[in-house]
Design a protein around this ligand. Structure first.
Ligand code: GLU
Ligand code: ZN
Length: 240
């Protein structure tokens, strides 16, 4: 009598994604990250998605997109839906920034890059982490000037994530400054786009290299400001 192998627990709610930036070829680290996401989704009977993070228009190339798609196919890591191109979601990203402005979780900043550099320099000289000093936080932005939109990051307390690989990871909020969500040319930044897309794609588990751990803390603050449920983060040690 043959013995049926034990079936892994099925959880069709599981949604993972691989989110490469098409600025080069699919390298071994990326392939490994994709494999973890694919295997985790398959194990649970969930969904594996591919998102091409092509928001850096200057550095993203069609050749690199093709190389990623070919590489995934060659590795047998096919996604369960057509790829999502992040750049195509820019209008949605801007709408979310508008919502954050309206709810007081973001503000316009008209500081020049020279001013911001001077703030960083002053922080370095004082031996504190280089950061934006909050000049425009309380309506300090000047009218009729080009502006960026910054996130109103919490200034006290701490941000904690329960990482499935790293365990509890936390940072004191005074270590993170008011990051830019929207550039002065109206384009959304990576930190905002990734949160909105992961939310909109229903991603439940974000498995990626541990070089993204600090980003995960910042992204956690953005999820919280938006009142969105957090995904489970799993940051895997990188191959060097
Ligand atoms: N596009 C990012 C990268 O290639 C990854 C973003 C993410 O996994 O959250 O590094
Ligand atoms: Zn400012």
């Amino acid at each position: 009598m043959s013995h049926a192998p034990d079936k892994p627990p099925q959880n069709p709610q599981v949604v993972t994604r691989f989110a490469p930036s098409p600025t080069g070829f699919l390298h071994i680290g990326g392939a490994r990250t994709a494999l973890f996401n694919w295997a985790f989704a398959r194990h649970h009977g969930g969904t594996f998605l591919l998102r091409v993070e092509d928001t850096d228009r200057a550095r993203s190339t069609d050749e690199a997109v093709a190389a990623i798609l070919d590489g995934m196919q060659w590795l047998g890591l096919e996604a369960d839906a057509p790829p999502v191109y992040q750049h195509a979601n820019a209008a949605r990203h801007v709408a979310v920034v508008d919502a954050l402005l309206a709810s007081g979780h973001a503000y316009k900043c008209t500081c020049t890059s020279e001013q911001v550099e001077a703030m960083r320099e002053a922080a370095r000289a004082a031996g504190t982490p280089p950061r934006y000093d909050g000049t425009c936080r309380d309506g300090g932005a000047k009218d009729d000037m080009p502006y960026v939109v910054r996130f109103t990051a919490p200034q006290s307390g701490e941000t904690v994530i329960a990482d499935a690989v790293q365990g509890e990871v936390k940072i004191a909020n005074d270590q993170l400054d008011d990051l830019v969500l929207l550039r002065s040319d109206g384009s959304p930044t990576y930190m905002l786009s990734v949160v909105v897309d992961d939310h909109d794609m229903g991603v439940t588990h974000i498995i990626r290299g541990d070089d993204h751990l600090t980003n995960a803390l910042r992204q956690t603050q953005i999820y919280t400001a938006l009142g969105w449920a957090l995904p489970t983060f799993a940051h895997i040690p990188l191959i060097h």
